[in-house]
Structures are given as structure tokens and as C-alpha cells.
Design a protein around this ligand. Structure first.
Ligand code: SR1
Ligand code: MG
Length: 405
């Protein structure tokens, strides 16, 4: 839709959001005063409105960035440019995987607004997994998403001028700083953003004083800061994926930027690992627990295998890299991407346990001693992943190790 709405920035409410969508003429039957508007945002950073025509059930989503991080409040100012990054990233991703992202109908960088497809027939993957549901299409879809968005944004495919233009376009310093601090720095020091129960003090101090661990984290952090390899989603945890049995949609790429190729896969794997741990509690019935946990490990395996296969096919068919046919070049890329992903995943597991932003998978464990037991396990697991990242040579070696951990 090519409609221009010129409004000055102000946080929208259930009334003013209608002024934004009115010129789009999206709703066929209802007039504005019949539309049902709900603010449904439950994330850390944005307002999200769902607007529905009660007659036809037709609906759309209006997402607006707030000038601060909702999770902390107005004391943490945050750039509105992330709304532009998000809608540009969705449009970019849709060029190679249109079926795996929500459709963007309209965006307005001044208002920090993206109007997009309603996905209310899907559920947030984290919620679905906590409830013990499984999604047969998920692994193939995420592997396909990650491989396509990686390859088509990389120097293996793009002309170097175009690649560098895109690095500029997706420069996202403020959101990257959140990740630099909350994922790669604060959890590894005695920092006031950290959030963990006092009973974990001993285990946390072990992390803060483990020099070999800290050296690896420093290296991973440096990779994140410096290696502009591919356009990343930047926050691909299980809260950024909408699912139903036959459909997957990757949402929320406001953290998108050019970074190291293993980062997105790492966050997806880490959040599946955290769910795997939590299923020892959430799935009470042993048979169900075993089947959900195997599903989670198979999802990790199949996601990586799909990524590898798809990336290889794209490389062989479309790479413009002068070394594309040189033996071992592709394998080297895939190997360091895989091993670094394991290290990044370790950082994500640790920060989701003791950092500022936790996950419901572990935090919703009601019995305190059991919650502490699995949080300690998560810290051990995360540390091992970071320290042993280069010892893993295959995905099944990783999943076997998680199974036994
Ligand atoms: C202040 S934002 C906290 C976390 O929420 C986002 O989804 C990112 O994961 C970020 O680290
Ligand atoms: Mg998000």
C-alpha cells in the first residue's frame, strides 16, 4: 500500500492508532468506530496494537517503538530508528523467504510504526513449547530462514559495494549495545543489571572468576562487535518466532544488524536448550517428557542440517566469491560458524539465567529448590558450551552431550 500518513511522533493509543491505519483502507466493511482495537504488546520494548473488523474478522497489527525500553521504563532511552531497521529487515528477509516472515503493509519511520500481517492464528513458540507442544515444520523453516537470509546478505553473494551499503543501512548501534552489555558483558561481571536469587551467588561468582571462560567470552564479544558477515535477525529467541503446526513466522527483527554468521542460530539453539532443561519440570509425565525433549534435540539437529544443506546449495548455485570452488572454503565457513554458534549459545544460556532478561521456561518453575537446581544446571551447561565450543565437530555430538548433561 503506498499511502503517506504524516503525523508527528507520539506514543499511540487505542484511538490514535486508527488515524494511522485509516488512509490504508485496509478494512473492507467496517468503519473506524466499529473496529476493535487492543494493545497486546507483552515484549520488552514496544507497543503492539491488534485491530480487527468484527464482521469479517479481518485484522492487522500496528507495532510502534517507544523512545525507551518498556522493560525498564523511561530512564532507559532507546532510539526510534529500530522501527525503521525492523521494517527494512522484514522487507529484506521477504525477498528470499516471504513465507517465513509477516507481510509489511506500511511503515513510517517518523512515527516509528510498522503495519503488518496479523498472526493471531499462530502462537509464540516459547509459550507453545512450555505447554509441551511440538511443531513438525519448525526446524526446516528456521534452517531455511537462517541459511537464506545469511547467504543473500553476505559477501558470498552480493557485490562488495552493495554489501557495504547494506552494512550502513543496518547499522544499529543502540540495539547492538543492549546485546553487547546484556549478553556479552554484564552477566560475566558483578553488574547491577544482573538478576539472580542469592542462593546462586556461589555459582555466579565461579563464572565471574573463571579466567579461561572469560577469555572465550571476550573473544565471542569481540566477534559480535567486529565481524560484519551477514544480516542477522539479532534476537532470534523462541519469543521471536510465531508457530502453528504447518507454519512458522520469524518476527521482531528490531535488533537486526550485520554480525557473525553463527549468532542467530546460537540464540535459537540456546532457547531450545533452556526449554529442554525446563521440561524436566513442565512435562511431568515421563513418556511425554522424553518425547518433548527428543523433539527439541531433533529440532536443533534438523535446523542445523537444513541450514548446512541450504547454504551449500545456494553457495554452489549462486556464489560470486572467487574462492567458491576452492576445496575446503565452504567447509571452513560452516565449521567456524557452527563452533562459534555453540559459544554464543553458551552466553545466551547464562544471560537468560542470571542477567537482566530471563526466560519464562525457567522462571515459571514454581518450586524454588527445583528452579534453583535447573538454574545451576543452566549455568554449568552454558559455561561448558563456551569453554568447549571448538571441541564440537558435529551437531549430533552437541545434542548427545545435551541429552547427557
Ligand atoms: C532491554 S531489552 C532485553 C532483551 O529483550 C530483547 O528481546 C533482547 O533479547 C534484549 O536483550
Ligand atoms: Mg523482541
Amino acid at each position: 500500500m503506498s499511502v503517506q500518513v504524516k503525523l508527528a511522533y507520539e506514543p499511540l493509543n487505542e484511538q490514535t492508532v486508527l488515524d494511522v491505519i485509516k488512509p490504508l483502507n485496509f478494512f473492507e466493511t467496517a468503519s473506524s468506530n466499529e473496529l476493535v482495537v487492543q494493545e497486546i504488546g507483552d515484549g520488552n520494548l514496544n507497543l503492539v496494537f491488534r485491530i480487527q473488523d468484527p464482521h469479517t474478522k479481518q485484522a492487522l497489527i500496528v507495532k510502534q517503538a517507544l523512545p525507551y525500553a518498556k522493560v525498564v521504563g523511561e530512564s532507559w532511552p532507546l532510539t526510534l530508528d529500530r522501527a525503521r531497521i525492523e521494517s527494512d529487515a522484514l522487507v529484506q528477509e521477504a525477498e528470499s523467504v516471504p513465507h517465513l516472515v509477516p507481510k509489511v503493509y506500511y511503515s513510517d519511520p517518523q512515527l516509528a510504526v510498522t503495519v503488518m500481517e496479523d498472526l493471531s492464528d499462530h502462537v509464540i513458540l516459547r509459550k507453545g513449547l512450555i505447554e509441551g507442544n511440538t511443531y513438525p515444520q519448525l526446524a526446516e523453516d528456521i534452517g531455511t530462514f537462517a541459511a537464506n537470509t545469511a547467504f543473500y546478505s553476505s559477501d558470498f553473494y552480493l557485490h562488495p559495494f552493495e554489501k557495504k551499503d547494506r552494512v550502513k543501512k543496518f547499522s544499529n548501534p543502540e540495539l547492538c549495545k543492549i546485546t553487547e552489555d546484556l549478553v556479552f558483558t554484564d552477566p560475566f561481571f558483578n553488574h547491577d543489571t544482573n538478576d539472580f536469587p542469592s542462593e546462586l551467588q556461589k555459582e555466579v561468582e565461579k563464572i565471574w572468576t573463571d579466567q579461561p571462560l572469560l577469555r572465550e567470552v571476550a573473544q565471542l564479544r569481540f566477534s559480535f562487535l567486529t565481524r560484519a558477515e551477514i544480516l542477522l535477525h539479532g534476537d532470534l529467541h523462541t519469543g521471536s518466532v510465531f508457530v502453528k503446526s504447518d507454519s512458522t513466522k520469524v518476527i521482531d527483527p528490531e535488533f537486526a544488524f550485520y554480525g557473525p554468521a553463527g549468532f542467530d542460530l546460537a540464540h535459537f539453539f540456546a532457547n531450545l536448550i533452556l526449554n529442554h532443561l525446563s521440561q524436566n519440570v513442565h512435562a511431568r509425565e515421563p513418556f511425554h517428557r522424553e518425547s518433548v525433549q527428543s523433539y527439541l534435540l531433533q529440532t536443533i539437529e534438523k535446523t542445523w542440517e537444513t541450514y548446512r544443506k541450504t547454504f551449500k546449495e545456494l553457495w554452489h548455485e549462486k556464489s560470486s566469491d572467487p574462492f567458491a570452488k576452492t576445496e575446503g572454503v565452504l567447509e571452513n565457513f560452516l565449521q567456524y560458524t557452527f563452533q562459534e554458534a555453540i559459544g554464543f549459545a553458551g552466553c545466551e544460556v547464562i544471560r537468560r539465567t542470571i542477567g537482566l532478561a530471563h526466560v519464562a521456561d525457567l522462571d515459571s518453575i514454581k518450586q524454588k529448590d527445583i528452579e534453583l537446581f535447573y538454574k545451576k544446571k543452566a549455568l554449568e551447561l552454558g559455561s561448558c558450551l563456551i569453554k568447549n565450543q571448538r571441541k564440537f565437530t558435529s551437531i549430533t555430538q552437541l545434542t548427545e552431550w545435551i541429552r547427557g548433561a
